[in-house]
Write a protein that binds this ligand. Structure first.
Ligand SMILES: NC(=O)c1ccc[n+]([C@@H]2O[C@H](COP(=O)([O-])OP(=O)(O)OC[C@H]3O[C@@H](n4cnc5c(N)ncnc54)[C@H](OP(=O)(O)O)[C@@H]3O)[C@@H](O)[C@H]2O)c1
Length: 196
């Protein structure tokens, strides 16, 4: 039985180490304290004071400067969007890989820059295949579903409370502002990064 006791003791000792290192010992905790790093994923959105995001399939305001900011920021990247946002755009965003999430939409065969995904997981896999730092560009359901994976947020605060039929409540917990500036008409452009 001696060998069995020795084996039990060595297991017990290993179990002790799972609770933390003994005095003066190297930390051999198991499993190792390793957290999978998040892959870069940005979200870009403009929000009214009341959380307004859209109305009648369009933006509930007209701010060309914000549109220029969107163009500048997303150019050269993969952009992931819901089917209604795709319809609002009307054509593929140039110089970007357009990943449209839809269960009903069929990819136009003549548009090499348009990919269709059935789920967010599928869209992320497609986007990360072609771009290290893709963008989620809306709408509301997609923003909500993508939020846990987002590492950076480009937010434009629109100083208006327009009528809207699509709203989004941005949860800034776990994010800190790393850049901000004021633009035309009092628009605020913020960049937020996930803490930690
Ligand atoms: N203010 C902003 O920054 C901003 C940004 C983007 C859009 N918008 C506005 O928001 C409005 C559109 O947003 P929305 O929320 O109504 O629509 P949306 O997200 O653009 O599109 C919704 C459709 O996308 C597909 N879809 C989205 N998420 C999916 C998921 N996780 N899995 C499977 N399919 C998914 C479904 O298409 P199927 O029905 O085909 O399956 C769904 O019906 C417009 O008014 C637009 O102007 C505003």
């Amino acid at each position: 039985m001696g060998w069995l006791c020795a084996l039990a003791e060595s297991h017990a000792e290993r179990d002790d180490r799972r609770d933390g290192p003994l005095d003066g010992e190297q930390d051999l905790s198991y499993p190792p304290p390793y957290v999978m790093p998040r892959r870069p994923l940005s979200m870009i959105l403009a929000l009214g004071r009341n959380g307004a995001l859209g109305r009648d399939g369009k933006l509930p305001w007209s701010h060309p400067e914000d549109r220029a900011h969107f163009e500048r920021t997303t150019r050269g990247h993969a952009v992931i969007m819901g089917r209604r946002t795709w319809e609002e755009e009307g054509s593929p965003l140039p110089d970007r890989v357009n990943v449209v999430i839809s269960r009903s939409f069929a990819r136009p065969s003549d548009e090499a820059s348009v990919l269709v995904a059935r789920t967010l997981d599928e869209a992320l896999a497609l986007a990360w295949e072609v771009d290290d730092a893709p963008f989620v560009i809306g709408g509301a359901r997609l923003f909500a579903e993508a939020m846990p994976f987002v590492t950076r947020i480009f937010l434009t605060e629109i100083p208006e409370t327009p009528d809207a039929d699509v709203f989004f409540e941005l949860d800034r917990t776990d994010f800190s502002v790393v850049d901000e500036r004021t633009g035309e008409g009092g628009l605020r452009y913020l960049v937020l990064e996930r803490d930690g």
